[in-house]
Design a protein around this ligand. Structure first.
Ligand code: KG4
Length: 340
């Protein structure tokens, strides 16, 4: 089954062609990051307008690189939530137009389910159930992936997402936007023990997380040194920050895996590219005798191949959208789950 997949939830316009879920025939991504860097963050209207300008050409390119024509498409999958509403609407309406014109099914895909599915592309042997840590610019979740379409959140950030926190810390350190990757590189040469940063716990909710206090602590350290005109060891602050984020995430993931009887752990989302978090997860998984799945960097960030892959499993589960499909800025990845 050939699926044309569309992803426009934030500042990447992405179109991919997948076959039977896990085989990627083409995956095209147009990142607008440079356009938003000027403003220090994503400007929603600029994102929407660039999706409008790019999506048609990118679809032609995805078809050409997959070696197929529009007639070969069996279904259209599209990200419909969560994300920037104007940006999502561009992809949803484009997908509707295509599905209507080609008379093929339209499959709605939750963005975070797509991130989880990036692991199915990277690891052909991986099948649910497993535990998944999702850390992206907009979400920080620990989820129990019971089946391809039954996903239960067992822990989440109560405030900022991990990626948001990386981006804010990077911004005050003068590393530009989006700064997660630059902060990661800077941290390599720093002393991770130099700054003492908070690792909050949420009483009674062992798998929930909080990142806003950590973000504020970094901002205060940078502002204090500026006000006192003292030199700041930015590399060590970056290293102390990265290890604090990792300390918030990794032990929770390990104890959730144990409590929910998983010996397979996957990670997903842009922050999964972080070298410190990856290294700590590798060590912890080894120590606890668990199999760890970490997708390659090109599948960690936003892409449409992951939407095509998840779209296939949503299709098999019977999900179809009608022409009144709407986009939603927020939506939980699970529908019927009891939180801890
Ligand atoms: O998954 P993603 O591409 O977008 C969303 O769906 O939100 O994630 C983007 C986030 C940004 O916050 C970016 O700074 C962060 O992933 N990121 C990183 C690294 N590479 C990207 N954060 C930490 N270390 C990295 N190496």
């Amino acid at each position: 089954m050939i699926i044309l997949a569309i992803e426009t939830s934030c500042d990447e316009t992405a179109v991919a062609v997948t076959r039977n879920g896990r085989e990627v025939l083409s995956s095209e991504i147009f990142s607008q990051a440079d356009m938003h860097a000027l403003y220090g963050g994503v400007v929603p209207e600029i994102a929407s307008r660039n999706h409008v300008a790019t999506i048609g050409k990118l679809t032609e390119l995805a078809l050409k690189n997959a070696g197929i024509t529009k007639r070969d498409i069996d279904a259209i999958a599209v990200t419909y939530a969560p994300g920037l509403i104007g940006a999502l609407l561009v992809g949803v309406n484009f997908a509707k137009g295509l599905a209507l014109a080609l008379d093929v099914p339209l499959i709605p895909v939750h963005h975070i389910r797509g991130h989880i599915a990036a692991n199915y592309i990277a690891f052909p042997e991986l099948e649910p159930p497993f535990l998944c840590l999702i850390v992206s610019g907009g979400s920080s979740l620990i989820s129990d992936v019971r089946s391809y379409t039954d996903i239960c959140i067992i822990g989440r950030s109560r405030d900022d997402a991990a990626g948001e926190c990386f981006d804010k810390a990077a911004r005050v350190l003068g590393l530009g936007y989006p700064g997660g990757s630059a902060l990661d590189q800077l941290a390599v040469s720093g002393d991770e023990a130099k700054f003492s940063l908070p690792r909050p716990v949420i009483d009674g909710h062992p798998y929930d997380m909080s990142f806003s206090g950590l973000k504020t602590a970094v901002v205060n350290i940078v502002h204090n040194s500026g006000q006192k005109d003292e030199p700041l060891d930015k590399a060590s602050l970056a290293a102390s920050f990265a290890v604090a984020v990792s300390d918030i995430l990794v032990p929770r993931v390990m104890s959730a895996a144990k409590q929910f009887n998983h010996n397979k752990i996957a990670i997903a989302g842009g922050v999964a590219a972080n070298s410190r978090i990856r290294a700590d997860l590798v060590n912890a998984a080894k120590e606890h005798n668990m199999t760890l799945y970490i997708p390659p960097l090109n599948l960690c960030g936003d892409n449409a191949a992951m939407i095509g892959c998840q779209g296939y499993y949503e299709y098999l589960a019977g999900r179809r959208a009608a022409m009144d499909l709407n986009a939603f800025a927020t939506m939980d990845v699970d529908c019927d789950c009891v939180r801890i």
